[in-house]
Structure formats: C-alpha cells, structure tokens
Design a protein around this ligand. Sequence first.
Ligand code: NDP
Ligand code: MG
Length: 389
Amino acid sequence: MKRISILGATGSIGQSTLDLIRRDRSAYTVVALTGGRNIAQLARDATEFQAEIAVTAHDDLLDDLRAALRGTGIKAAAGATALNEAGARPADWVMSAIVGAAGLPPGLAALQQGATLALANKETLVAAGPLVLETAARHGARILPVDSEHSAIFQALVGEDIDAVRRVIITASGGAFRDWPDEDLARATPAQAATHPNWAMGQRITIDSASMFNKALEVIEAREFFGLEPDQIEVLVHPESLVHALVGFCDGGLMAHVGPHDMRHAIGYALNWPARKALPVDALDLAAVGQLNFRSPDPARYPALRLARAVMQQRGLSGAAFNAAKERALDHFIAGRIGFLAMSDVVEEVLNRLSAQTGLIDAEITLDRVLHVDHLSRDCADTVVQEQT
Ligand code: NDP
Ligand code: MG
C-alpha cells in the first residue's frame, strides 16, 4: 500500500487527487490531509479516507475541526507548525497543492523525509528553486511535476537526453480576457477574471491565468525544474489549451503533449509514475476539435512575462519577492482596491524597491531568507498600493 499525504486536500487539485485515490482505494493508505477554511470538506475527506491526521492552516479553526472529527479517532491539528508536521509524517508520496508560498515549508518537510513530492504548488520552485532541488538531492527525494505544462515536458523527455533539448514551448490559454480589447482590461472585475475558458481551477490561479502571471510563474518553474536557460523557454498563446507544452530537440523535432483539460491526467501520471496506468480522462476527439491555433503573446499586453524574464536574470531571492508581490497584488485586486492592470505595476515597483536594498535579493537562498523576503515583499506591495490609492 502506498502511503500518501495531500497538502491542500480541500482545493481543486486536492479534490481531483482524492478522486483518483477513491477509485483505487485499496492501493493507498492516507496519512495526512490538510486544508484551510473548508473544515467541513476536510473532516468529510479525512473520515472517508481514514486519514491518520487532518490539519487546518488556521489556529482559530482547530475547535471546529476537532468537533467535526469527534468520534472518528482521527487526530486534528492546526497552524503552520502542524502543516509542516503533516509534510514530515512518513509517507511515500506527498501531493503539494496548497495555493501560494504557504506551500513551500510543508513541501520542504516532505522532501526532508525522502518522500516523492508531486508538485502542483508552482510557487515552491519560483520562490526557492535551488533550495528545493538541493533539499531533494540531499535526502534522496524525487519531485514530480503536476502543473500540466511541466508534466507535459517531463513526459516528452522520457528516454531523451536533456542535452539534446534546444527549447521548450509552454502554452497559455490567454485566460478570461483572451479576446477582450486592450482598452477594456483596466475595468475588468475580479469576478470576470475568475472565469476560465477551458479549465476549472481555484480562483487565484484562474485570475493569474487572465493576467499571465500564472504563465510567468510557470516559465520560472520550468527553468528551475529542468535546468534550462531562460531563452530556451518560450510561451505561445494556444486558445484550445490541448497542447500543453512542446519540447524542441537538436535535430529539429518537436514533441508535443496533447491532452484534454483534466488535471487528473497530470496528477495521475505523477501518482502512477514510473508506470502509466488507465485514468478516468476522456479520450480527445481531434476531428471534432478541428484546428489548433498558436500565436505569440503580445508583450505590451502581458507585462508579467517580461517581469519573469527579469527575475530569471536576477536570480537569488527575486523569485521569492516576485511571487509574494504577485500574491499581495492579487489580494488587493480581489478586494477591489486596485484594477486588473495595476497588479503588474505593483509587482514591478516592489521588485525595483527590494532590488535597491543592498545584499537583500542577491543573497544565497535559505528558507529563512525566503520567508524574510516574502514578508518584506508583501509589506512593500501594501505600501505601493496605499501610495497609489
Ligand atoms: P485552491 O484554491 O482550489 O485550493 C488551495 C488549497 O490550499 C485548499 O486546500 C486551501 O484550503 C489551501 N490553502 C489556502 N490558503 C492556505 C494557506 N495560507 N495555508 C495552507 N493552506 C492553504 O487551489 P488549486 O487547487 O487551484 O491550486 C493549488 C496549487 O496548485 C496552486 O499552487 C496552483 O497554482 C497549482 N495548480 C493548480 C492547477 C489547477 O488546475 N487547479 C493547475 C496547475 C497548478 P481551503 O480551501 O480549505 O481554505
Ligand atoms: Mg499550468
């Protein structure tokens, strides 16, 4: 029996992971499930899957969780330390599906105990790529990509030599505003940004898809995970979202990964790896699809992609600053304090201000420094927003 834990079990990726576990129940022992505010879901899943422990990120919800689990024999815990302990509980396979930089410490804890980390939380590699990879190597732990583009690249590389790779192309749907004229973007609302043309995902990543911050994070994630040079990673807008990524080799060949909009493919690939097993994913009818379209993203429309290039050049702790500033700018947009286009202005200003502080961004990456820069970056984003409004 494979012992598995799910960090962020109550979210979109977490629920899809549990769906796969449910279909092959006898193959798994569920160790830890973690959630945030959705205590009812967390308790329901912990009970159904007979988890050893259920953890909410929020201390103030511990009593609610305890009450919901009363009589089940399942342990309840809350808070940041408990989340790390959930990651550290002995397990073979840990799904990292918390949203945001909050997913970094428990994911590192999972790597430190040598578990295979199925990585949906892209913020982990953006904020602390070298530290995460070095931790995995030191503890003999493996990281498997779950982000669909990175899973696609990973699959296209099976049996290939990484030195034969010339380029990778990551596709972007264009998000909710793909077909909106530029002049309407300034007035776009959070509710409009949170609808995705192709994928059903959590609210935050859906808005990040509309702003291209999601793709910006993914470019950095690809650089870290596959050890590529920034100029080897390209982005194409592909409205159908069926080709998730392409790998270009030195002989001119391009290997494309094509699949339906169902994250259970990438999750299941990581769950069953190195085997490839049947998954409850519909077969694609390409004749019905008819055509696949690709175009270059307009750099003026998507400053997030330019900022990602700057972060990759700067390295050090700029990924941590970039991600945290983006998270705060997104909070302010969701709260209605800034407009859709202001998010990238805020992030750029935060990067400029933090880069001006000698020795801050170009220091060696440690978890403490990542958390420190994350904190400074969020505070700085708040200041920038206050100054603008
Ligand atoms: P959701 O918002 O649906 O779920 C997020 C999960 O994290 C929930 O379990 C939530 O708990 C929990 N959570 C929220 N805030 C915190 C916190 N501060 N500390 C601890 N836990 C917290 O997100 P998604 O499932 O969409 O995304 C999860 C991750 O996977 C993200 O990094 C995203 O970028 C990545 N990803 C997602 C894809 C998708 O298709 N959804 C595709 C590729 C990558 P609760 O809901 O109980 O409050
Ligand atoms: Mg993705």
